[in-house]
Design a protein around this ligand. Sequence first.
Ligand code: PLP
Length: 401
Amino acid sequence: MSEKFNGSFTQQEPIPQAGIDAAMAVLRHGRLHRYNLAEGETGEVALLEQEFAAFTGAKYCLAVTSGGYAMATALRAAGVKPGDPVLSNAFTLAPVPGAIAGVGAVPAFVEVTEDLTLDLDDLKARIAASGARVLLLSHMRGHICDMDALMAICDAAGVTVVEDCAHTMGAEWRGTPSGRHGIAGCYSTQTYKHMNSGEGGFLVTDDADLAARAVILSGSYMLYGRHKAAPPPEAFETVRYQTPNMSGRMDNLRAAILRPQLRALPDQCARWNDRYRVIEDGLRDTPGLRTIPRPANESYVGSSFQFLLPGWDAPRLRDVLARCHARGVELKWFGAEEPVAFTSRYDSWRYAPEQHLPQTDRVLSGLIDMRIPLTFSPQDCAQIARIIRAEVSAVWQAAPG
Ligand SMILES: *Cc1c(COP(=O)(O)O)cnc(C)c1O
């Protein structure tokens, strides 16, 4: 009998007890709105913003309703106008082009490499061809491109970089936290990311003007003085008259849940990486399978795992997925023609102008993706790798190449 995995790929860990207790305290006093404060009280959201700013080393932090909201707000606060082209990864998740479309701008996609990062040569070409002045850079599935090279290209071309760090909260490039290379970094605290408040997000920046705009955009009314990680009142002097209120505030209940999770984040990242390395070791040198090399300058958080079955045709790929699924291992394939569940491709985002990215098509046609929830033990991860290895090998041996 072949072994079967019985875990759930969508089951996260419970909220830590300290978070449950803090949430109960908020429920008991009833002041859930971030600006509803007792005399002398700072409030959970303002404290969380202060703590997340310190965690990333940013001057300013704003907590909002989602990662998608953080990205759209960053673009708007950076001055993106309706009709502007905004560059972004062709390989990313739907909320990324959605944030660009949300400000009325037009996504211009850039090719992905076999290492699942933005293709920097193609970026140069597309900056020139599109005339875009903003790049919404997505560190999709936690793979960070050469940030030194990327920033050199963008700085030379006068392109502003906003980072989507939904999968790189806690990650670094050459010692600098992800989200701290461009003008702003955006994070998500949605259930499947590195901290879980159901929904939620952060925007961090050192730019006082951008931060002030973002605070007003998020729906601060004239209560921005109650923030602890926002710029001083002077930064709001003209901004407060010029910036619309587009409600997207975080509330004290979610912030209460998140604060203990932020304290635990470095340990959680280490636990993810233990699991990631077990899977990587288990799949290494499987014939027909390519693991993704991780550069020495990248400190990643292995909350999901990707590998390529390069050049495999669709029937054999589907066979691998079905065989793994039958043994309890849920894999996602980015090569499917139709978008399924969370997985969609640039060619299904048809509100964007039609674009052809042959290299991305080729990479995605062999790309397999898997979540690693922390409810999996390292032993679970070893078993998952054994199952994938066995099924990939079986299909490969039947028809190699
Ligand atoms: C989840 C995700 C987002 C957006 O997060 P939400 O909080 O769900 O809006 C952005 N980018 C990527 C790559 C994501 O996976």
